[in-house]
Design a protein around this ligand. Structure first.
Ligand SMILES: Nc1ncnc2c1ncn2[C@@H]1O[C@H](COP(=O)(O)OP(=O)(O)OP(=O)(O)O)[C@@H](O)[C@H]1O
Ligand SMILES: [Mg+2]
Length: 244
């Protein structure tokens, strides 16, 4: 009887172990599939952004350049008022051309990879300031290290979404972005002095959902918290690759 009971017990243990192993393997396969899916989605988005960037640069940019050139070939107007209108229009076209160039650069993965995360972020902050909508500042502490190109692009897209959310939702007058390079992690904080976030995790829009899945892809973490006084503080932690 004792032998029989111990055999049943042993069988139960063996069966249970196999069951747990099977569940763990299934979870791992599922995690891997989600990971691959997120990667493909990001690659597709990057491809689309690159095409939009080319279109902006090569098509709209060229048309505007031609318009500016044609205006400059017009004979000088007779009256001061007409002269002013012509000059203002040419200045306006030049400004739109500059904006299109910098927008095209910030959309294009290749130029982000080429410039590097820090320069691309600085350009983006300048672009935000040019909108004269908010006062944006960018600071770096610690010793910057070059990250893997694909990780830099993912972090850059996250920062772009945080900035776009500040413009869209925060009603803030200040935005502070800080990159702190530590020994083994990069901490990015983005802080605004706006209305703060009332959205619960389950009500996140596509923007925040994308951020969360992108951070997972980098083995990092992200935290949103409303500040005591006013505004939202976002903290991103990204594990730095080990240097040998
Ligand atoms: N800096 C912020 N200040 C205040 N509220 C914010 C801020 N960032 C996000 N939110 C809130 O979180 C919500 C979800 O943001 P999320 O980026 O996911 O979606 P969205 O910006 O509305 O749309 P999209 O999918 O185009 O990004 C926003 O609708 C807004 O209410
Ligand atoms: Mg958004």
């Amino acid at each position: 009887m004792l032998i029989l009971v111990s055999m049943v017990f042993m069988l139960f243990i063996v069966f249970n172990r196999k069951r747990i192993k099977f569940i763990l393997e299934k979870q791992e396969t599922q995690r891997q599939a989600e990971f691959e899916f997120a990667k493909i989605r990001i690659e597709n988005q990057e491809h689309l952004l690159k095409n939009i960037s080319w279109e902006l640069h090569d098509n709209i940019g060229q048309l505007l350049s031609v318009s500016k050139m044609q205006l400059s070939m017009l004979p000088q107007p007779d009256t001061e008022t007409d002269k002013k209108i012509l000059n203002d229009t040419m200045e306006l076209i030049s400004k739109v051309l500059d904006d299109i160039r910098s927008l095209s650069r910030s959309l294009n993965t290749e130029s982000i990879g080429f410039m590097g995360l820090l320069t691309a972020t600085k350009f983006e902050i300048d672009r935000l300031n040019r909108l004269k909508f908010i006062n944006a500042r960018f600071n770096i502490t610690g010793t910057p290290v070059k990250l893997h190109n694909s990780d830099e692009i993912i972090l850059f897209r996250i920062i772009q979404e945080l900035m776009s959310n500040v413009i869209k939702h925060a009603k803030a007058s200040n935005f502070d972005l800080v990159f702190s390079f530590g020994n083994d992690e990069l901490i990015i904080t983005a802080s605004d002095n706006g209305v703060g976030m009332k959205t619960k995790t389950e009500n996140y829009g596509l923007g925040l959902k994308n951020i969360v899945s992108r951070i997972k892809l980098l083995n990092g973490s992200i935290n949103f918290e409303n500040k005591e006084k006013r505004g939202l503080l976002t903290t991103i932690k990204y594990p730095l690759p080990l240097t040998s």
